[in-house]
Design a protein around this ligand. Sequence first.
Ligand code: CTP
Ligand code: MG
Length: 256
Amino acid sequence: MSDSPHSDSERSTRTAAVIPAAGRGVRLGPGTPKALRALSGTPMLVHAVRAMARSRAVSLVVVVAPPDGAAEVRTLLDDHALPETTEVRVVPGGETRQESVRLGLAALPDDVGVVLVHDAARPLVPVDTVDAVAAAVRNGAAAVVPALPLADTVKEVEPRTGAEAGEPEPVVATPERSRLRAVQTPQGFDRATLVKAHESVALEGEGATDDAGMVERLGVPVVVVPGHEEAFKVTRPLDLVLAEAVLARRRATDGF
Ligand code: CTP
Ligand code: MG
């Protein structure tokens, strides 16, 4: 008699997190690569690794470092306390997020069957969100995305770029807001499905920014579970202010 809902095959595979952290953070402004910038004195990447390690489902974290910064990132992670039960590997990333995730997937050992892909730029995701995504994959979904309803109405436009940037942009359509979701990470996948997506979707332009979107192109169903406000992506300078405020509130409320 088993006291767990998991089958033997599910129980025998590990769950790993891949953290793409190789971006420069152009929208945040000049300076250190975004993942290495400090939030409340600790690099954003360290917050993100701890957020993954806090989930009991995750026993391995693969950090995808800036292409020329893998040694520096290894030292940085060795200098910050992480749970001893979590193995952390560091590999160099690529020019696009798509390439960085592919390089992270290539570093996974054979016994990993479930992969969570989590942006270093979402350092404050709560453990409950991580657990919910991992559980949904272990319960049989091939691809799981945490997401939230939108606050703003969204319009599709005819973009005016280059010499026309700043000109009024004609509206093409207004999708019904209640049917839209803003997606976050960690996104969870059956490993073989995600690897197949990365093998079959060619790198075009700046590459895919959403792993689940690549799985959709395979025709594999993708499901959404509730995301969390604190899983927001640090993208622009104002997001740093919000992240510091969230950390200050956590310190005040649970001494975290
Ligand atoms: N990322 C990566 N490799 C790249 C580009 C991005 O691993 N070549 C990672 C980033 O480090 C980040 C995540 O993908 O954790 C989400 O990307 P984004 O928020 O766009 O970060 P950046 O690309 O660094 O920022 P920007 O687009 O403003 O330059
Ligand atoms: Mg980017």
